[in-house]
Design a protein around this ligand. Structure first.
Ligand SMILES: [Zn+2]
Length: 363
């Protein structure tokens, strides 16, 4: 819903968009009047994707170029070029045009400046002006944001909290998204908008201290949430602890087809549910320290929903139910009365749908 006026105020108030050449509209555009493009970039190289979507957010075409190694900046930008060329064919666009491009980036992003501050696990991205770069290259207005922020907005707009029931209405007012992937990211949506904080680091909950003298984190510190509850931390802890337990080692070999290093967080939760004591000790740590982090956040922001995404959330009820119960124990009753802990419904598509949702903001 954008008018010339509201478009202008959005720009001024949030300072979060650089909309060179933006198409100003005086009402809601019809789906036939254009498309948006979503781009997903991860630091690890595992995910580079491009999607073409209509103005209702329906993805019409998507393409991916996953890599087995951590690519440099040039390689990623070239891949994006190739994917855009593949996606934006005259045949697919039918005389209509791309109105805006949204980019979900797996790193620290200064959304108000359109700059990638750092891309986790990758080099060469520090302070890269990705928004201006793509806007110039594509001659389209472009919006970049952190992938957890984008996924949060997508789950509220199109996913698990997008209905019109009271749960979804409360969720739209204050929703916390927690992406439990290789790292841990968080996104906060307040009144339907991403809350960025002063320098765009709001929601960086992976580096909350939850266990003094705990395991070493990717950032170099100790005892951070990411070092205990990320997909990578869970798999590592399981493999490390299994060394002294032949039965657990055998169980890991069984579920991974003898490739222990490939064990997923979801498999660890399932082994715990089946009674494996090592898996149970790993998952107990996840419940305990994730609940501590979330309880502290709940008392600050009083969310209507906590949406769990990323690979760890594939454990479904095995993760959400115990967490919901622990939060009820740890928090003031008034803070959790209308709080629900749910698995996101967009799954592995959350970041790419998030990029599309970024592009659709205020159209
Ligand atoms: Zn850390």
């Amino acid at each position: 819903m954008s008018t010339q006026h509201s478009f202008g105020t959005f720009n001024r108030d949030s300072g979060s968009l650089t909309l060179q050449g933006a198409t100003r509209t005086t009402g809601k555009l019809l789906a036939s009047q254009g498309y948006v493009v979503g781009i997903e970039i991860s630091g690890s190289g595992a995910r580079q994707s491009v999607a073409l979507a209509d103005l209702e957010g329906k993805i019409l075409y998507r393409t991916r170029r996953p890599l087995e190694y951590v690519p440099d900046t040039e390689t990623v930008l070239k891949l994006i070029d190739d994917m855009l060329e593949e996606t934006l064919t005259a045949e697919r666009l039918h005389d209509t045009r791309v109105l805006r491009v949204g980019v979900a980036v797996g790193g620290l992003v200064d959304a108000s400046q359109g700059i990638v501050r750092t891309l986790h696990h990758a080099h060469g991205w520090n302070d890269f002006p990705l928004q201006d770069y793509l806007a110039k290259r594509l001659d389209k207005p472009c919006i970049i944001d952190n992938n957890a922020n984008a996924a949060a907005l997508a789950e509220v707009t199109f996913g698990v909290a997008s209905g019109s029931d009271s749960f979804s209405r409360a969720s739209e007012r204050v929703a916390l998204y927690v992406g439990l992937g290789r790292g841990i990211g968080g996104g906060l949506v307040v009144n339907g908008k991403i809350y960025h904080g002063v320098s765009s680091t709001a929601g960086e909950i992976g580096h909350m201290l939850v266990k003094e003298h705990g395991p070493k984190c990717s950032c170099g510190n100790y005892g951070h949430l990411e070092a205990i509850a990320s997909a990578q931390a869970i798999s590592r802890a399981m493999i490390g602890l299994s060394v002294e337990h032949p039965e657990t080692e055998a169980a890991i070999r069984r579920v991974t087809g003898a490739r222990a290093e490939r064990i997923t967080a979801e498999q660890v939760f399932r082994l715990a549910a089946d009674g494996d004591p090592v898996a149970q000790s790993v998952t107990q740590d996840v419940y305990q320290y994730l609940a501590i982090a979330l309880a502290n956040i709940v008392h600050i922001i009083n969310p209507g929903v906590i949406i769990l995404g990323g690979q760890v959330a594939q454990a479904g009820d095995l993760l959400t139910q115990p967490l919901q119960e622990r939060l009820q124990d740890l928090c003031l009753k008034a803070a959790t009365r209308s709080l629900r802990v749910v698995q996101g419904s967009l799954g592995a598509e959350a970041n790419l749908t998030g990029a599309v949702t970024l592009a659709l903001q205020d159209i």
